[in-house]
Design a binder for this molecule. Structure first.
Ligand SMILES: Cc1cc2nc3c(=O)[nH]c(=O)nc-3n(C[C@H](O)[C@H](O)[C@H](O)COP(=O)(O)OP(=O)(O)OC[C@H]3O[C@@H](n4cnc5c(N)ncnc54)[C@H](O)[C@@H]3O)c2cc1C
Length: 499
């Protein structure tokens, strides 16, 4: 039997700046493989739009590898069974991959693969794709560790890959997955080529307006980098984007770079505590919400009766992307005003996002739902957000055609029309508000406050902070004048809580 190394592509669908590929080629021929796992794709966080994006990226990767001599091998099913199939034909000398920073299921799968490889005496070498570290990781000096990991040259693509004799397989048919009907006509197309085009466009044409337009749902659609799905699927490496950003030394590229550190900062939390995908950071927030499939459905369809919320949701449904502020507002509305469990609304959002990245996503969902206890809680007022970021209601009119002819002064609060012209208001073919914003906001605030008064709340919160909290220098420097707190960490902890 021939010796080979398996090069297992996961969410690193590129041949450039790919350390696992580089290392795998050092001593043996390689079998480059991507595996579609039904169990992974049938989770409710996954969707047809992501599958289409992934499929395009996998095909692009197959072409890139073919040009080097050996096309990508594609299989569908259970990873261990597929590795067994390979081991009946080849002597597997090693498995090479990037360390996956994924969800609970892939984390558990990796443990099984590790055990299998150990039994077979096969070495599995995993390389860091991001600055995210396995195990019980100490956050002190995290930013130094982050920088050190990216302080290296870009890794070049291989010149040649020897062909091997093995059926290359095909992309599975869509019908084997349980996807909901999901058209997403406005989404970005997958693959490295498309990602690079987007990156060039952003740096050449949009970088200058990045910070100015980042919060506007309409303008950010063009002016944000929109690189997130390409980062999530690994079509472009984080290092490549950092490298590019360094060529433009200005405030906008610095802002982008700080977001790239957040990327890893958030993923690190889930990596250190994978249960955060299901469990609240702070246990006192467990089971406080009420499941409600009807409200969840209305929110998810963009039919809440709040024009700005509905416009954002419908735009997200169509495009598979919306900017940070609008994501936060949608989540806040579901969590506070509709009082829905973050796990339910979070899953709905995850499968709408082309860039679903579990580490960022579940942390953000919990942050915007007030369950971390270490971040300042923010309840967004969707009417104010609309007035601030879409003052003329143009974005609303684009996505909520029911309000197309409504006068500008009623566009954010159509119900006000009823006071002036009840007949006209009744004629509007638009759903009436499904909740009372001031009342639900007040109630949510009171309920959260009550929880923070419970015995032991702050002691637990402190532990959470020490494990997951940001060690940002600026926060440490902003010491309060009358500080009772003994250590730097404690001072910063209190500052983060705003007390
Ligand atoms: C409830 C909620 C859920 C989210 N879920 C995801 C998700 O599943 N996947 C995802 O990539 N981002 C998520 N974000 C973070 C953020 O909204 C997106 O990263 C960003 O909007 C992507 O657009 P962009 O690539 O144009 O970002 P840019 O502003 O151009 O930033 C460049 C990159 O930096 C990273 N980044 C930017 N903002 C953040 C942030 N706040 N936290 C962590 N990393 C950041 C992303 O990798 C992004 O691609 C979520 C935010 C919220 C509030």
């Amino acid at each position: 039997m021939n010796n080979i190394n398996i090069l297992w592509f996961k969410k690193d669908l590129r041949i450039e700046d790919n350390q696992a590929l580089y290392e795998s080629l050092k001593d043996n021929d390689i079998l480059p493989i991507y595996i579609f796992e039904l169990e992974v794709w049938n989770q409710k966080t996954h969707s047809r739009r992501q599958w289409e994006f992934c499929k395009e990226s996998v095909l692009d990767l197959r072409n890139a590898l073919s040009e080097k001599g050996q096309p990508l091998i594609i299989r569908t099913g259970n990873v261990i069974k597929i590795f067994e199939e390979i081991s009946s034909k080849f002597e597997i000398k090693g498995i090479f991959s990037h360390q996956e920073t994924g969800d609970w299921l892939t984390y558990k799968r990796d443990q099984k693969v590790k055990y299998w490889a150990l039994n077979k005496k096969i070495i599995w070498k995993e390389y860091l794709q991001f600055s995210v570290f396995r195990g019980n990781f100490n956050r002190d000096n995290w930013s130094k560790k982050w920088k050190k990991n990216f302080d290296r040259e870009l890794i070049k693509e291989p010149i040649k890959i020897n062909p091997i004799d093995f059926d290359i397989g095909e992309i599975p048919e869509e019908k084997i997955f349980f996807f909901k009907k999901d058209e997403c006509p406005g989404r970005l197309k997958g693959g490295r080529k498309k990602g690079l085009e987007r990156m060039e466009y952003f740096f050449n044409k949009k970088l200058n307006s990045y910070s100015k337009d980042i919060s506007s749902p309409e303008k950010s659609f063009d002016s944000c980098s929109r690189l997130s799905p390409y980062i999530s699927w690994g079509c472009i490496s984080l290092k490549e984007i950092l490298y590019k950003a360094n060529l433009y030394p200005n405030n906008n590229s610095r802002m982008l770079k700080s977001r790239l550190t957040w990327h890893c900062h958030f993923i690190q939390k889930l990596e250190s505590e994978p249960e955060l995908e299901f469990q609240e950071f702070h246990p006192y927030f467990k089971n406080i919400k009420t499941k409600n499939t009807e409200l969840l459905f209305l929110w998810s369809q963009g039919n809440t009766g709040f024009p700005f919320i509905d416009a954002c949701m419908r735009s997200l449904n169509f495009n598979g992307w919306i900017n940070f502020r609008m994501r936060a507002m949608l989540m806040s509305f579901a969590s506070y005003n509709l009082w829905l469990p973050w796990q339910d609304s979070g899953s709905e959002l995850a499968n709408k996002f082309l860039d679903y990245e579990p580490g960022i996503h579940w942390n953000q969902c919990q942050m915007q739902s007030g369950t971390t206890s270490i971040n300042t809680n923010r309840i967004y007022n969707p009417i104010k957000q609309g007035k601030d970021h879409d003052p003329k209601g143009e974005f609303i009119k684009k996505w909520v055609p029911e309000l197309k002819y409504l006068a500008e002064n009623f566009i954010h609060e159509p119900w006000l029309l009823s006071k002036f012209n009840f007949k006209e208001y009744e004629k509007l073919d638009y759903i009436k508000p499904i909740v009372d914003i001031p009342k639900t906001t007040r109630e949510a605030r009171e309920k959260i406050l009550e929880i923070t008064k419970k015995n032991g709340y702050w002691d637990i919160s402190k532990k959470i902070y020490l494990k997951h909290g940001s060690r940002k220098r600026t926060a440490i420097n902003r010491r309060p004048k009358k500080s009772n707190y003994k250590t730097k960490k404690e001072t910063q902890y209190e500052l983060n809580l705003g007390i």
